[in-house]
Design a protein around this ligand. Structure first.
Ligand code: G6P
Length: 611
């Protein structure tokens, strides 16, 4: 999510850091900072906002020194302010850390370090790492490398780390756990970054750390170890990509890259929220059990793709909690005179956190006395200021205009929230809760399985790329998948696509079915499998080409399918988290077949700040 750059060598570090940070800035960061080491001291400058703000600050305050680290932040813990920007220092200002990822147990560690006398200056999880390494060095008198080894033994979560110490002017320590770290291999300098683009100006030979590896980087030398301290042989990879391809990690488009980032996005959204006892903790939701017991109605409001995750959430919340849920398009909500009071809970969903209609809905709901929880991907966005509670999706920055990984992350956050409500209200027996949580935990690996269908989806896309109309049908949460599939396709391929409740087909849309019209049917997410098959028969009888999303091994579906995408087994309410993926890929590959640019569809914006 965040961008990391580190340099040690004979040159001034600062220009190298800024150059590297500029190459990582395409992902849209909210703050940036650098720390440079010189003569036993660390000098740090940080600024909220674009990299330009940091550069302006540095023009008055040039930092000298031949070792340094830099960071462009995409906030997860704490708003995008100067104080929360990285690098973070320990209390003695000897250790500086930049971090990409989420430390799940930072709260526990922070409390312990405070009780030991440490003073904290930010709301971030990262500052804990700097303080922890600093305290180990002070108490044991050990090296930066030894202290980092000891510290990571205490950290839970995902972390790409780069650490320097004021008294070790020729050493950078870098750590990779579930968050990329790439070391540059040059003969006279030491370079490290979270992404290849930041290194390309200096070298095309890189050592990507494997998961759970540590590197000790000195000018002209790299030593790689596993977390147990054993030296491991590292492989130097020669990068052929140009900068544009490197920004997309070799994918042709951001949208495809983001589709493939979905296992990680889903993992990050669950991270730290479910413990070993299958208990869900949502730190950001601080209402008491009595507050929650007082809720007699829930209203979900959102726009676009977020509305579709809301549609799936309605099913999950009603199923688990038996609290009635209304679903509204944010642009309609306040104009219909909705009945709301202090016993209502409004769930406002917006990946950007800036959609004007959704923000207006939040303000309206608050004026009516309702409680408001926002589900968003952007820390510090407007919706986080207006809502009473916020649940972040932690999908990482999304550049493609068509929402993909933020949608899956929303579905996960909303399912977690629904289960959390059921848990707090005592509406779900422990065994069922456990089973559902286990099914959620299996999702990232199952998403990988679905992504492996890429070749099949691409072949199907070739076949249907010239279609004039597409119809998508589903029932239950499968209807939300159908609507999202249709939206993705029309957004980026400009083919007319209708998402429909399968049972409604015969009341209108069936008139559109003629020879060879592709119909995508979602056979899961509903108890009405037989009825779905019936709908498929109806459209086949009228000449449609059927593209079926079905459970693995579904022989009946096979007989009715022109194209069959077989999905791993999960709980019915979780099926949208898997079943949407082939439809995202279908839209992507159809757009490519038609020679269109999926990342920047015409007339659309990533964030719609007008009503
Ligand atoms: C725009 C984007 C869509 C998004 C919608 C709602 O139209 O192009 O991808 O679903 O806004 O955005 P939000 O930030 O509120 O989720």
């Amino acid at each position: 999510m965040c961008g990391i750059v580190g340099y040690v060598g004979n040159e001034q570090a600062l220009p190298v850091l800024i150059q590297g940070m500029r190459q990582l800035e395409y992902r849209g960061y909210d703050s940036a900072g650098v720390t440079v080491g010189d003569k036993g001291e660390l000098h740090r400058v940080r600024r909220a906002g674009q990299l330009g703000n940091l550069e302006a600050a540095l023009s008055d305050d040039g930092l000298n020194g031949t070792i340094g680290i830099g960071h462009t932040r995409w906030a997860t813990h704490g708003a995008p302010t100067d104080a929360n920007a990285h690098p973070h220092l320990d209390s003695n200002r000897k250790v500086a850390v930049v971090h990409n990822g989420i430390i799940e147990n930072f709260d526990v560690l922070k409390k312990r370090l405070i009780s030991e006398g440490m003073e904290f200056h930010s709301e971030t999880d990262t500052e804990v790492i700097a303080q922890l390494i600093g305290s180990i060095i002070t108490s044991k008198g050990c090296s930066l490398l030894e202290a980092t080894f000891e510290a990571i033994g205490q950290l839970e979560g995902a972390f790409g780390l780069v650490v320097i110490h004021a008294d070790a002017p020729d050493t950078i320590v870098a750590v990779r756990q579930d968050s990329p770290i790439i070391v540059g291999a040059t003969s006279d300098a030491g370079l490290v970054a979270s992404g290849i683009p930041a290194l390309l100006a200096y070298t095309r030979d890189v050592v990507p750390l494997e998961n759970r590896q540590i590197a000790e980087i000195k000018p002209g030398s790299v030593r790689v170890m596993d977390f147990e301290g054993n030296d491991v042989a590292s492989e130097v990879v020669h990068v052929e990509w140009d900068l544009d391809a490197a920004e997309k990690s070799g994918y042709e488009d951001f949208m495809l890259k983001e589709i493939f980032e979905q296992p990680e996005a889903v993992r990050n959204t669950m991270r730290g929220r479910i413990d070993a006892q299958h208990h869900i903790t949502l730190d950001e939701v601080t209402w008491s059990r009595d507050d929650l017991l007082g809720i007699n109605k829930i209203v979900v409001v959102a726009c676009g793709t977020s509305f579709h995750s809301g549609m799936a959430a309605k099913h999950a919340i009603e199923h688990y909690t038996r609290i009635p849920v209304e679903l509204d398009l944010a642009s309609e909500f306040r104009y219909r005179g909705p009945v709301l009071d202090d016993q209502s809970l409004v769930i406002a969903i917006a990946q950007s956190g800036e959609t004007a209609d959704t923000l207006a809905a939040v303000r309206f709901a608050k004026e009516m006395g309702a409680k408001v929880v926002a589900i968003t991907n952007v820390v510090g966005s407007s919706i986080t200021r207006d809502a009473d509670a916020v649940l972040f999706t932690h999908a990482g920055p999304e550049i493609g205009v068509a929402a993909t990984k933020t949608f899956l992350a929303q579905l996960v956050a909303l399912n977690l929230f629904a289960l959390y409500l059921a848990q707090e209200l005592g509406m779900m027996d422990a065994a069922k809760l456990r089973e559902t949580i286990d099914a959620m935990r299996a999702l990232p690996d199952q998403i990988e399985e679905v992504l492996a269908l890429q070749g099949e989806v691409q072949r199907a896309a070739k076949r249907y790329a010239d279609a004039r109309d597409f119809i998508f049908i589903g029932r239950g949460v499968g209807m939300a998948v159908a609507l999202e599939g249709a939206l993705k396709l029309k957004e980026i391929s400009y083919i007319h696509a209708e998402g429909y409740a399968a049972g409604e087909l015969k009341h209108g849309a069936i008139a559109l079915i003629e020879e060879d019209v592709p119909v995508v049917a979602i056979l899961r997410g509903t108890t009405l499998y037989e009825k779905m098959l019936g709908n498929v028969q109806e459209v086949r009888a009228r000449g449609a080409q059927t593209i079926l999303i079905a459970p693995q091994g579904d022989e009946r579906a096979r007989l009715l399918a022109n194209e069959l995408f077989e999905m791993p087994v999960t709980k019915p309410l979780l099926t949208p988290i898997l079943d949407t993926i082939p439809l995202q890929m279908l839209a992507y590959f159809v757009a490519k077949e038609r020679g269109l640019s999926p990342d920047k569809p015409r007339n659309l914006a990533k964030s719609v700040t007008v009503e």
